[in-house]
Design a protein around this ligand. Sequence first.
Ligand code: GSH
Length: 248
Amino acid sequence: MSGVKTRSRPAAARPAVKPRPMRQKASEPVAKLRISSRNYSSWSMRGWLILRLSGLPFRTEVAQPDDPRTRAELLLNSSSILLPCLEHDGAAVWDTLGIAEYLNELRPEAGLFPQDRLARARCRSICGEMHAGFHALRSSLPMNLKAHVHGFTVWSAARADIERILHLWRGCLEEWGGPWLFGAERCVADAMFAPVVTRFRTYEVKLDEVCEGYARTIEGWADFREWVEAAQQEPEARITELEFDAEF
Ligand SMILES: N[C@@H](CCC(=O)N[C@@H](CS)C(=O)NCC(=O)O)C(=O)O
């Protein structure tokens, strides 16, 4: 893992990335993103970060997916009942990648996907891989932003997932020069892998220099920090059920 040469510089020496403008178009309807737990729901975190990347003004509503009335209501909007779910201008969009594609169509200027065709192809591939895979990692190292686990033993299947993720990160950082996966600008892929960074921190997964640099880049992202801070304030409730949900 160590000794990989990349064109990216150490995080501290890099110039700050310009924040994206948060302009609201004159007649734009206010969007609503329904999420579940900020502390435990990695998909909610991804959806929320992607919305922030898009620059679309939105409000966030925290649903209690284990409450029967909420479940019935969620079912009306998203047949999967799963969160996050975006409601905007008559559209209900669920599933993180569905939300990303919707926002990309709505706000192409936001650069949710890289401009370069080859980079965009890789971006879609690794986002899809994150979305559909890494089940061992997701189930045995669940996201829990409030926790810190010392001496955690990572079983072999989860270790293989971790190695694959680090391989993907190194490949992108080397090819596009960092500090984000696809170069100087954040994109959907960074939002997709942001919860993985939190898992690495929670369970003390050791990273080589290149991946550690990328993890720090994610941790320096103002929107990411805002989410993590809000998660610290989240009241504990109904959580044991969520904590062991393999999809988290
Ligand atoms: N593939 C979906 C996964 C969404 C998902 O699993 N959401 C979980 C929260 S992280 C959920 O809504 N669980 C509630 C339930 O299963 O009732 C996505 O990309 O949005």
